[in-house]
Design a protein around this ligand. Structure first.
Ligand code: NAD
Length: 470
């Protein structure tokens, strides 16, 4: 729907809630919905590539296909494979005192789910929560990002082709509409975006006691252990950091490396970057920064760090003069950034990689723990004892050991942050559970031993209570 006002938005929600009240879809309908969504996404893959690229200015076709198309198709496949099992009521243990009664957990759709999504993976981050919401039997209203208008239009028409308008509805608009949207009394509100907006969304949801899942951002560290092979670390860090030009919530934000290893690591990262992006101007694989505002913010971060004494290494192999209007920001390594700079206090979300020295692993762990709990943490280490120490003594939304980003691709792992980096989880079964009421049910048996326990309490009751409280 367009031209929204708070009243129109509320009417839209009521329409979906009324449809939900007619009954939760059975397994076969959910499967049919997911299969139709899968077919539509597959059929529109090239349109998705074109729309996201036009929105960004230039976006790697391969990275769009991998991160915005394949991920969604795989998530649907994984869900289809497991949904029947997930939906089955689960028998759980019953206390012996209550036998022969029995207990089970039933999975019930919560109703109508609101989904607010960001611009950086505009298809993935709208459709992955939708898949989980539909699998759990819900209906959904989606508010995609205003910063990727072509992709948001495409999502709207794709979803309108697949679903009746009282099952999935797309609301277009900027922050004002988004604020009205998050104030609606949804049965669950799923937000992906910045920590600052996440705070506002949670406040809006609190007024309705709407449960929230917040998938937020933050500064995700990568710790390199002293004897870890530098070339391997460099290749994997570059892959994780410069995917989508660093505009990835779980991109390594900064590196913590042993002081003596920094020259070799920096050289290895530069080498990787030169090989991957020989020409920034013409490489179709090097994504641009999505908006002028983000471009200016990133440039200012680097300028401020430089003014504060940091060493800046811009990797521009063909020494091209880049037109700022195209928003191609060269991969930039930053050594010795000032601790108080924006670069080291805000999420970077772009192709800039600070490298910080540490003297002991404890110092690196302390640095991580003195900052907000990150969305992701990366540890490169061949020593399992040391790895265990890092895992046990830091807390983060998710971890990949000896690589970057890949924990997000494991369907069986929950995905989500902790504290400032998010609340709640999704992906696979975890998403199904997020959008389900896990309804506990106790079935009393024909004969109940508890019926003997009743006033006036004497004799048998005294003995029974003495036994139960022994
Ligand atoms: P953003 O918070 O600016 O916007 C996200 C969405 O919120 C957009 O749809 C926007 O319209 C909406 N919005 C804006 N103002 C709002 C308000 N007052 N009330 C309700 N909604 C409002 O984020 P962004 O710039 O689009 O995305 C980048 C951020 O998202 C980064 O911080 C990144 O780390 C984070 N992110 C997190 C994940 C994750 O899975 N945890 C994934 C991608 C991005």
């Amino acid at each position: 729907m367009d031209g929204s006002t708070p009243d129109l938005l509320l009417a839209e929600l009521k329409r979906l809630q009324a449809a939900h009240a007619r009954g939760a879809p059975p397994y076969v309908d959910r499967v049919a919905d997911l299969k139709r969504l899968r077919a539509a996404v597959k059929a529109k893959a090239e349109d998705i590539v074109a729309a996201t690229s036009a929105d960004f200015g230039r976006r790697s076709r391969h990275e769009t296909l991998l991160s915005d198309v394949m991920t969604v198709l795989h998530d649907i496949d994984y869900t289809l494979k497991n949904l029947k099992r997930w939906m089955k009521p689960r028998r759980v243990a019953t206390g012996w005192q209550f036998l022969p009664g029995r207990s089970e957990i039933r999975y019930q759709p919560v109703g109508v789910v609101g989904i607010i999504s960001p611009w950086n993976y505009p298809v993935n981050l709208a459709l992955m929560p939708l898949v989980a919401a539909l699998a759990a039997g819900n209906r959904a209203m989606i508010k995609p990002s205003e910063l990727t208008p072509r992709t948001s239009d495409l999502l709207k028409s794709l979803l309108a082709d697949v679903f009746p308008s009282d099952k999935v509805s797309v609301v277009l608009g900027g922050p004002e509409i988004a604020a009205q949207f998050s104030a609606l009394p949804f049965d669950h509100l799923f937000f992906t975006g910045s920590t600052a907006v996440g705070r506002i969304v949670m406040q809006a949801a609190a007024k309705n006691l709407t449960p929230v899942t917040l998938e937020l951002g933050g500064k995700s560290p990568a710790i390199i252990a002293p004897d870890y092979p530098v070339a391997t670390a460099a290749a994997r860090l570059v892959a994780g950091k410069f995917l989508n030009a660093g505009q990835t919530c779980i991109a390594p934000d900064y590196i913590l490396a042993p002081s003596e290893q920094i020259p070799a690591l920096t050289a290895a990262i530069e080498k990787e970057l030169r090989e991957r992006y020989p020409s920034l101007q013409s490489s179709a694989d090097y994504t641009t920064v999505a908006t002028d505002r983000h471009f200016a913010r990133l440039q200012n971060m680097v300028a401020e760090a430089q003014a504060g004494g940091a060493q800046i290494i811009e990797v521009n192999p063909a020494k091209e003069t880049l037109d700022p209007a195209r928003r191609i920001l060269p991969p930039t390594l930053v050594l010795n950034p000032p601790a108080q700079s924006k670069l080291m206090s805000e999420e970077i979300f772009g192709p800039i990689l600070p490298i910080l020295p540490y003297r002991s692993l404890d110092e690196a762990i302390r640095y991580v723990n003195e900052h907000d709990r990150p969305l992701a943490l990366y540890h490169f280490d061949l020593d399992s004892e040391r790895t265990r120490r890092v895992l046990d003594s830091t807390i983060a939304g998710g971890v990949t050991v000896n690589d970057c980003v890949l924990h997000i691709a494991q369907s069986a792992l929950p995905f989500g942050g902790i504290g400032p980096s998010g609340i709640g989880h999704y992906h696979g079964h975890h998403g199904f559970l997020t959008f389900s009421k896990q309804k506990p049910v106790f079935y009393q048996a024909r004969f109940s031993s508890l019926s003997l326990l009743k006033p006036p309490y004497r004799g048998f009751a005294d003995k029974l209570i003495a036994f139960l409280t022994r």
